[in-house]
Design a protein around this ligand. Structure first.
Ligand SMILES: [Zn+2]
Length: 268
């Protein structure tokens, strides 16, 4: 594949916005494993620095490289007493709507992060897309299903029916992926995740991603917005900056899901 400006490979940046506010039970749960870090995080929160609200830091970092990622916003309406549903946010709260509009106005892409059960529920996913579009005042065309929940016989068709063009759900939570973008039977462009920050971000993981780059392909990274804080996840921030610096030095095309999707749409 030939990339924009003859770039040797593509670094595609994305962030799932699963949570925006750290809850007391997160401190209890994570505190069992890393008590000192969690105490530092709590002190920082009590001083006014919300550890799960890192939009400003991400915007400023990416803008310093002259690049803009995709933020996938979740609108979880299912209620259940389990880790998958507790502590979610209200997409219609003034604070969230404000940051969505700010990201959009600064050139970042806003994508749909389909809720846990939306992968096989057209009405539910459409309602979430409509809500996000009402906030933005324009169309949303990129998506990633939360929890990477997916039914290959159904989910892409649902995306197609509700006006989604680009999906980035395929991939893994436990390793580096090497699958590349394809056009599905129903016409959706699927751009699989190469690396998600739930994987232990070791040197060998970085090298595996470099191999994808050496092959002239797409490194699609998904770093969760809530993990982008220095106290708890310094390694994530360091790794993210390494990807940006490496890509910039190599003249790679650093982009987001919509821009890459548009490029692929004309070529595959
Ligand atoms: Zn998610």
């Amino acid at each position: 594949m030939k990339w924009k400006n003859d770039a040797p490979y593509v670094l595609c940046l994305s962030h799932d916005v699963d949570r925006i506010k750290k809850q007391w039970y997160h401190y209890c749960f994570y505190g069992l494993k890393h008590p000192i870090i969690q105490i530092r995080s709590l002190v920082s929160k009590l001083k006014g620095r919300e550890p799960y609200w890192n939009f400003k830091e991400l915007m400023e970092l990416e803008e310093s490289y002259g690049v803009r990622s995709t933020f996938f916003f979740l609108n979880e309406s299912h209620k259940e007493l389990s880790a998958n549903f507790m502590g979610r946010y209200n997409i219609k709260s003034p604070k969230v709507m404000h940051v969505i509009k700010e990201l959009d106005s600064r050139g970042f892409e806003i994508g749909l992060h389909g809720s846990f059960y939306s992968y096989n529920d057209e009405g539910l996913l459409k309602g979430e897309k409509d809500e996000l579009e009402r906030i933005l005042g324009h169309e949303v065309i990129s998506t990633r299903q939360h929890h990477l929940n997916f039914d290959k016989s159904k989910t892409w068709q649902i995306h197609k029916k509700i006006g989604i063009k680009y999906d980035s759900t395929m991939g893994y939570t436990d390793r580096v992926g090497s699958e590349q973008a394809v056009r599905t039977e129903c016409g959706i462009i699927e751009i699989p995740i190469t690396l998600m920050d739930t994987v232990a971000l070791t040197e060998s993981v970085y090298e595996e991603c470099c191999n994808v780059a050496d092959g002239g392909e797409i490194i699609m990274i998904n770093f969760h917005q809530c993990h982008f804080n220095e106290i708890e996840y310094p390694n994530n921030i360091e790794m993210y900056k390494r990807f940006l610096s490496m890509a910039q030095e190599n003249g790679a095309w650093i982009t987001n899901v919509r821009e890459l999707g548009e490029w692929l749409d004309e070529r595959i």
